[in-house]
Design a protein around this ligand. Structure first.
Ligand code: ADP
Ligand code: ZN
Length: 520
């Protein structure tokens, strides 16, 4: 046992062997070089900077945005005999001062610092007088302006390189899409750093996505069937649906608690503590809940509304099954989700460029919902990873999706949008296709358009499925004005002209409906 890194792994941390790429990363950084580490949650990122910090002379400075996590990590390290401390807004002036003294006296192996404090002039001055082993930038995706965890102070972390060019830096994140990756490299001045990309697969998580009919009821059936008595998280888009869903689950005998930014601090903390401590609680929450929550036995993560991107979906579902035991990621998606998210995006004050990027991410999310491939293969492909075989542990693998030739149906659906002037929503378009003489149909004279009544081969659910898939395929765009009005895009042309055939996914038949009414 001559390798000093392995020796520390065993004697200090009590583990037998390095996992996956840990050994290479530790050797690389301990040798003084920069690294960008992309590793899924639970993969073991912490040791990648903790061990080099112990191997090199001086203090390892760790930037982390999560105050609660800093505290836990420092506690755990101290128990192992590592000289660790943190500096953030939770310390009073005197406590902060004594940590600073310890840093200058060379009495610390690791110092965790909040980003805003690190980049302050005062602290920079302090660092020039200290002996620094390395800089570790945890949750490095916070530097990405497109991401949902953007922290402006992270942008300023590029000064570390300018002020301390000789100190190795290691940036770590569990977000690995190409765009975020290149943003991290550029903004943190890590273009020369070696990239260590681990597999992002979470083999114990079973993915299951289903079209929405009655989301709550579907959720309840899923919970009763697969996770009775288990702890889990249910994500909803709005505070109101969080409150309503939690209350409703309680009436159904499920032990549920709400969590969102509209609750007062004390209630939020109490609900979070109960979720961490008690067995089998279901947390119904907005995405405000979860970052930095370290509960290993979360058995499921359910989404009642569509996440805005696959990055978000991956991060949120990644909170399930950190203990490596079987866990589920369940999601119900519907046409209205897609329309609502597009509208929210269109109405947001974001720049055109930002909107384009976000629209692209939403498209990828929708395509993931509608895919007939293995979900794991599709998800990992989005993160640039090739998963060789269908996984056998997702809904499409376990119950292969039937497809049908939807070319003619798609042509009908698209020309109905065109004939009615690109300014109506799905409900009305379906009325026209089915030949329903509603007031609105008469008001606009749509009983006279050529697509009136030509769609009797499908029912309402069948047409909604077709429209959903056409939106996911980018052939229909949701208009900015009007309530979810659809208009044709360039991508619709080849189908309308009969130049391409279109295979559509056949939705599973919900209970209580006959298969006859489905697309044939
Ligand atoms: P991440 O920050 O990537 O989410 P952590 O660094 O918190 O992951 O590690 C996740 C868990 O795996 C921790 O409990 C950690 O102690 C454990 N772990 C990490 N590396 C090893 C290893 N080489 N052997 C055994 N356990 C490890
Ligand atoms: Zn699969």
């Amino acid at each position: 046992m001559s390798d000093p890194a392995l020796k520390i792994l065993r004697s200090v941390f009590g583990y037998d062997a390095f996992r996956a790429q840990q050994a290479q990363i530790v050797a690389h950084v301990a040798g003084g070089a920069d690294a960008l580490v992309l590793m899924p949650t639970g993969g073991g990122k912490s040791l990648c900077y903790q061990i080099p910090a112990l191997l090199r002379p001086g203090t390892g400075i760790v930037v982390s945005p999560l105050i609660a996590l800093m505290h836990d990590q420092v506690d755990a390290l101290t128990q192992l005999g590592v000289r660790a401390a943190y500096l953030n807004s939770s310390l009073d002036a005197e406590a902060a001062r004594s940590v600073e003294m310890a840093l200058l006296a060379g009495e610390l192996d690791l110092l965790y610092v909040a980003p805003e404090r690190l980049v302050s002039e005062r602290f920079m001055g302090l660092l020039t007088r200290a002996d620094i082993a390395l800089f570790a930038i945890d949750e490095a995706h916070c530097v990405s302006q497109w991401g949902h965890d953007f922290r402006p102070e992270y942008i300023q972390l590029s000064v570390l390189h300018e002020r301390f060019p000789a100190v190795p830096r290691i940036a770590l994140t569990a977000t690995a899409d190409e765009l975020t990756r290149s943003e991290i490299r550029e903004r943190l001045g890590l273009t020369q750093a070696q990239v260590f990309l681990s597999s992002f697969d979470r083999p114990n998580i079973r993915y299951h996505l289903t079209p929405k009919h009655n989301a709550r009821q579907q959720l309840l059936e899923f919970l009763r069937r697969e996770h009775p008595g288990d702890a889990g998280i249910v994500y909803c888009l709005s505070r109101r649906s969080v409150d309503d869903t939690a209350a409703w689950l309680l009436t159904q005998g499920i032990n549920a608690l709400p969590y969102h930014a509209g609750l007062d601090n004390a209630t939020r903390r109490q609900h979070q503590d109960r979720f961490l401590r008690e067995e089998g609680l279901v947390m119904v929450a907005t995405v405000a809940f979860g970052m930095g929550i370290d509960k290993p036995n979360v058995r499921f993560v359910a989404h009642l509304d569509l996440p805005k991107s696959l990055e978000g979906y991956y991060q949120e579902t990644g909170r399930a099954g950190r203990d490596g035991l079987p866990a589920s990621a369940w999601l119900a998606y519907g046409l209205n989700d897609a329309i609502q998210l597009r509208r929210m995006l269109a109405e947001s004050g974001a720049s055109e460029q930002h909107k384009r990027v976000e629209a692209h991410k939403l498209e990828a999310m929708l395509a993931f919902c509608e895919t007939t491939r293995c979900r794991r293969q599709a998800l990992l492909a989005y993160f640039g990873e090739t998963y060789p075989e269908p996984c056998g542990n997702c809904d499409t693998c376990l119950q292969p999706v039937a497809t049908w030739d939807g070319t003619v149906a798609a042509q009908k659906a698209l020309s109905c949008v065109y004939r009615t002037g690109n300014r109506f929503g799905v409900g009305h378009l379906i009325d026209v296709l089915l030949g329903k003489a509603s007031d609105k149909v008469h008001e606009h004279g749509h009983q006279h358009v050529s697509t009136f009544g030509i769609g009797s081969e499908l029912d309402v659910a069948g047409w909604r499925s077709v429209y959903r898939q056409l939106i996911a395929a980018g052939m229909l765009a949701v208009d900015l004005e009007g309530y979810g009005a659809l208009r044709l895009t360039e991508a619709a042309r080849p189908v309308l002209r009969g130049e391409t055939r279109l295979l559509l996914r056949r939705d599973p038949t919900p209970k209580g409906r006959s298969r006859d009414a489905r697309p044939a």
